[in-house]
Design a binder for this molecule. Structure first.
Ligand code: PNS
Length: 160
């Protein structure tokens, strides 16, 4: 049976840390779905449509990477897609506590679904979407930390 994995998140914006995890997942699983949570934040920097468009463009050459959106409980979405695995990235020990809680809660909600943690390459371990937004908004350089398309979109937002 083909293994389908779901990589859920807010992706506001997609970072090179996310890209690294998705590429690792795409090598291990038959198919990986980048599942973008609808309305995760009250005022996201990138709209849902922009986030979907960016992710689709970045992974257009990766035929086993799909981009989708979801709302409600993650386990319901995963079951609906008949996926077996939730992929989450672990950057540092500080991520562990919350990720551990989520993984166990998701297991309690649906014991058929397994959470698999993956570590990004070291150079991405300190990157988060929140920091990217903050640094960029305050005039800092984010080159090399996000896909070029994200950098372009950030720049055009600042010019508006
Ligand atoms: O990119 P993020 O913000 O770390 O992603 C968090 C996400 C989307 C994985 C998490 O908030 C989530 O799964 N939300 C959906 C609602 C849900 O299922 N909540 C219970 C999780 S135990």
């Amino acid at each position: 049976m083909a293994t389908l994995a779901v990589y859920p998140g807010s992706f506001d914006p997609l970072t090179n840390g996310h890209v690294d995890i998705i590429m690792r997942g795409a090598r291990i699983f038959d198919r990986i779905v980048v599942a973008i949570l609808v309305n995760a934040e009250k005022s996201p920097l990138f709209s849902m449509d922009e986030r979907v468009e960016i992710a689709r463009e970045v992974f257009k050459a990766q035929h086993n990477v799909e981009v989708d959106t979801f709302d409600g409980l993650l386990v319901d979405y995963v079951a609906r897609r008949q996926a077996q695995v939730i992929v989450r990235g672990l950057r540092a020990v500080s991520d562990f506590e919350f990720e551990f809680q989520m993984a166990l809660m998701n297991r309690r909600l649906d014991a058929r679904i397994e959470t698999v943690f993956m570590m990004p390459a070291e150079q991405y371990t300190y990157i988060s979407s929140r920091l990217i937004k903050e640094v960029f908004t305050l005039g800092g350089r984010v080159h090399g930390l996000v896909p070029e398309l994200v950098e372009e979109r950030l720049q055009s937002k600042m010019q508006r």
